[in-house]
Design a protein around this ligand. Structure first.
Ligand SMILES: *Cc1c(COP(=O)(O)O)cnc(C)c1O
Length: 357
């Protein structure tokens, strides 16, 4: 489509960390990376895999000034039978297109993105850890590279894929976290870029995240920017609540990211016959359900952690403990099912896995 992917192998492999322990998140990178360039009038061209290393850009490159950058986050798993699988990669490729479209970045063919990632993972497959819960985190991203200070969409871009072996998010099983409901700062507003996976959304969220840490909270639960009333999402995760036997999650309002884990969880819950509704969820409703004793569980969902139980919510100075600060039954069941599919110990009944070779 954009030409054959050329491969320049690293002359020497890196010294690998011990993949069985202490990888952390995003600290080690594999031997190779994928790059493809875009030039206006020519389209995407020169797809290539090269040794992992620094990239050089003109200081006037537009990425440094106006933030035209989109990214994805996905994982490759080594299954119990030794094969290497990606989890719903076509969904990441589709979302990369939607995010690009929002930032006026030329899109890349979805099947090509998946093929480029499969080729890169296959080449660096010794980096896919085998330890239960660990994986190879994959970070595709697109940046504006034209050297020009005028404000308009760049005429040149690079699509790059880098990969990092990572530990299970929870080394010792699920662990509930405290979350601060943010009443002042906003992450996104309808019409903005909240429903696109763009770098700038994160830059704007760091300050609130730092303040949350000072209150012993791991993340921020964002409210809608206008009424400061409806729940949006948690840090880099979507959010779910179980209230009186029913699961609810904020609907995709236009300022919330359409998480692939979120969609997988909705699918599983429906398949299990557990009622799940996508709708507006207000903070008042959560406070009320907590007071009534009907707030059973709360959890965030995203590729990094899969699910992250919420032990308490801090709102207006009041700490609301959820499920006694313990991991709930449903969130545990969801965790076991999704990680089971990913590691190949549970049937992949929805065809969510794509194998790398
Ligand atoms: C990536 C991301 C998520 C989670 O999406 P997944 O596809 O489930 O990993 C949720 N919210 C934000 C803001 C994100 O960037």
């Amino acid at each position: 489509m954009y030409g054959n992917i050329s491969i320049e192998k690293a002359s020497q492999r890196k010294t690998m960390p011990d993949l069985a322990q202490n990888l952390g998140f995003g600290r080690h990178f594999t031997d190779h990376m994928f790059i493809m360039d875009y030039t206006e009038g020519r389209g995407w061209h020169d797809p290539r895999i090269v040794p992992y290393g620094p990239i050089s850009h003109d200081p006037a490159a537009m990425i440094f000034h106006y933030g035209q950058a989109v990214f994805e986050g996905m994982k490759a798993f080594r299954t119990v039978s030794g094969e290497i699988a990606l989890f719903r990669p076509e969904q990441n490729a589709k979302r990369l297109q939607r995010s690009s479209e929002r930032l006026s970045i030329p899109t890349i063919d979805e099947a090509f993105v998946v093929e480029a990632i499969r080729t890169l993972v296959s080449l660096d497959k010794i980096w896919v850890p085998a330890k239960k819960g660990s994986s190879l985190y994959i970070r595709p991203f697109v940046i504006a590279t034209e050297a020009m200070l005028g404000v308009r969409p760049s005429a040149q871009y690079s699509f790059i894929v880098i990969m990092s072996p990572v530990d299970a998010y929870y080394e010792e099983g699920l662990h509930p976290v405290n979350i601060l409901v943010e009443s002042y700062y906003a992450r996104a507003v309808l019409g903005g870029t909240g429903n696109a996976k763009v770098a700038g959304n994160y830059a704007g969220s760091l300050k609130a995240q730092t303040l949350a840490k000072e209150h012993d909270c791991a993340q921020v639960l964002w409210l809608d920017a206008i009424e400061k009333k409806y729940l949006e999402e948690v840090g880099s995760m979507n959010v779910f609540f179980k209230i009186g036997g029913e699961v609810v999650t904020p609907s995709l309002s236009g300022s919330i990211l359409d998480g692939i884990t979120r969609s997988s969880i909705i699918h599983l819950l429906r398949n299990w016959g557990i009622p799940v509704t996508e709708r507006k969820v207000s903070i008042d409703e959560i406070v009320q359900a907590h007071a009534d004793g009907t707030l059973e569980e709360a959890y965030g969902t995203g590729t990094a952690a899969v699910v992250s139980p919420i032990g308490s919510l801090l709102w207006n100075g009041n700490r609301m403990e959820i499920n006694g600060g313990q991991t709930g039954e449903l969130v545990e069941r969801l965790y076991l099912e999704i990680t089971g599919i990913q590691e190949g110990t549970r049937p992949d009944q929805f065809g969510w896995l794509t194998y790398c070779e």
